[in-house]
Ligand binder design. Structure first.
Ligand SMILES: [Zn+2]
Length: 236
């Protein structure tokens, strides 16, 4: 049985009917075997959005390779999508086809982003989530920043068990993170501006001097020599 464009779209759960699958084949990217879905995105528009004339003509494609979700992390899937472009012969305005599959000029599908956000709800490292979704750890970091509202900070609601440790954010910078150490929630309480002991003690002094700090029963800090050295160095 030959797979049709619609059946492949259905298999990949791509809902946009304007995406036509042309080919599907295996290839190698950076010595890793990957599956490439070759597709084009068609635009159905006759009237120019700028001047209103029905004078649009085909003006080539914008092709990009988009990271897509895969059940098998060792065999990633990419969609090589050619987005149709149109040009208005009357005013010269150009338009490019849009799709909910991926944002404009972005190379990571919205489905992949949603999966990363879901993965981040679990107790897993940023690097582990990145490997599973075939993206870089810095991409995961950017998504955390973009969807910060999903990871709320509760500076005014201190838990019974406070735990501090350092963690990597984008550009390999280290920060202290303060989480609720009780139960299995590991709710983020605060991300400190750096990894220095000064910032840590300053935050603790501010928080522990508040009346609400009386609820704290247990305080755990992972502090290595590097933080102490930097904190006690000539610049501090
Ligand atoms: Zn026009």
């Amino acid at each position: 049985m030959t797979l049709t464009s619609n059946s492949i779209r259905s298999l990949l759960e791509i809902k946009d009917p304007n995406i036509k699958i042309d080919d599907i084949f295996d290839s190698f990217i950076h010595h890793t075997k990957v599956r490439i879905i070759k597709a084009c995105l068609i635009i159905h528009q006759r009237r120019c959005p700028l001047c209103g004339f029905e004078d649009l003509v085909h003006n080539g494609h914008y092709t990009s390779t988009i990271t897509y979700t895969s059940d098998n992390a060792s065999h990633p899937i990419f969609i090589r999508l050619a987005k149709q472009r149109l040009k208005c012969k009357n005013c010269g305005h150009t338009i490019m086809a849009k799709t909910p599959l991926v944002n404009k000029y972005c190379n990571i599908s919205n489905r992949t982003k949603a999966k990363i956000i879901m993965n981040l709800q679990d107790d897993r490292t940023q690097k582990c989530v990145a490997v599973d979704n075939n993206v870089s750890p810095s991409t995961v970091g950017r998504l955390i920043d973009d969807y910060r509202e999903l990871y709320p900070v509760f500076p005014e609601q201190l838990p019974k068990h406070l735990a501090f440790d350092e963690f990597h954010v984008v550009h390999h910078q280290l920060h202290f993170i303060c989480i609720d150490g009780g139960g299995n929630t590991h709710r983020i309480i605060k991300i400190l501006p750096d990894r220095l002991a000064e910032a840590l003690f300053s935050y603790q002094y501010d928080q522990l001097s508040k009346p609400m700090a009386t609820v704290i029963k247990h305080l755990e800090i992972v502090l290595n020599a590097a933080e102490n050295e930097q904190s006690n160095g000539p610049d501090h």
